[in-house]
Design a binder for this molecule. Structure first.
Ligand SMILES: [Zn+2]
Ligand SMILES: [Zn+2]
Length: 260
């Protein structure tokens, strides 16, 4: 099987939103499904992951960028967790001295949630994130991004095509140079454009970027396509359409599919 496809399950930043102003770009938080042959790889487990029905025989992996709630809030509701003995591999970096399992246990346990992840019918395994590894035929490269307490950037390569996921990324000289090298000649770059340039001046240090900076990085990297992700929670459909028009590149919408 040669398919290599990314589906946007949710791309809202910070917190899920709902209502008529958010019906086009969607209100679910960060989660993207990458399908490559038999591999089904989820980039983050925000509320977007809840609506994904896993393939019957796929190998499921979840790659977490970091443990901020908007990237994790969908995990307790992920359908595959309810499937008896279904293997699910979760990879994440150690952050603030906590292993991936220890961090997740803080959220998925009483009093925040009535059970722990090992109480689900699925067979979940946790892995400390290597710098570089493979999931079946998919090569995974990682880079530490620029975000409060860190966030992992991922590059997934399959059949000579690459997707780079750069969410919860704040631009600065050094971080952009590293990202441009990391994303060199990629086919699809997902880039955090939570802020307009004007807003960014007020939110410097919050760990997010702008479409203008994304375009610069994409050009430097020679990325074939860029899409903007992690939309500000209260950004309306009309405002996002306007930002898209100004940027001349798409802002991701929940349900979008990209074939590579
Ligand atoms: Zn986030
Ligand atoms: Zn974050």
């Amino acid at each position: 099987m040669d398919n290599f496809k990314l589906t946007v399950l949710g791309t809202r930043g910070s917190v899920p939103v709902e209502g008529k102003n958010f019906s086009i770009y969607g209100g679910a938080t960060s989660s993207y499904k990458v399908q490559a042959g038999d591999e089904e790889i989820y980039l983050d487990a925000g509320s977007g992951i809840v609506s994904s029905l896993p393939e019957k025989n796929s190998n499921i992996t979840i790659l977490l960028t970091h443990m901020h709630l908007d990237h994790l809030v969908g995990l307790p509701f992920f359908v595959a967790l309810t499937q008896k003995d279904r293997p699910i591999e979760i990879f994440a970096a150690e952050r603030v001295g906590l292993s991936p399992k220890a961090a997740i246990d803080k959220i998925i346990s009483n009093p925040f949630w009535p059970c722990k992840i090992e109480d689900y019918p699925a067979k979940v395994s946790f892995h400390l994130l290597p710098k570089k590894f493979s999931i079946g035929q998919v090569e995974v490269d990682t880079l530490e991004g620029s975000h409060p307490k860190g966030s992992t950037l991922y590059r997934l390569t399959y059949n000579g095509k690459s997707i780079v996921h750069a969410t919860d990324f704040e631009h600065n000289r050094e971080a952009c140079a590293a990202l441009a090298a990391f994303a060199k000649d990629c086919d699809l770059l997902l880039y955090d454009a939570q802020y307009t340039a004007e807003e960014y001046a007020r939110y410097k240090g919050y760990g997010h970027s702008t479409a203008e900076e994304g375009i610069k990085v994409a050009e430097r990297a020679g990325a074939k396509k860029i899409i903007f992700v992690h939309h500000a929670p209260l950004r309306t459909d009309d405002e996002l359409a306007e930002m898209e028009r100004k940027a001349g590149a798409p802002f991701a919408k929940a349900g979008d599919e990209y074939f590579l």
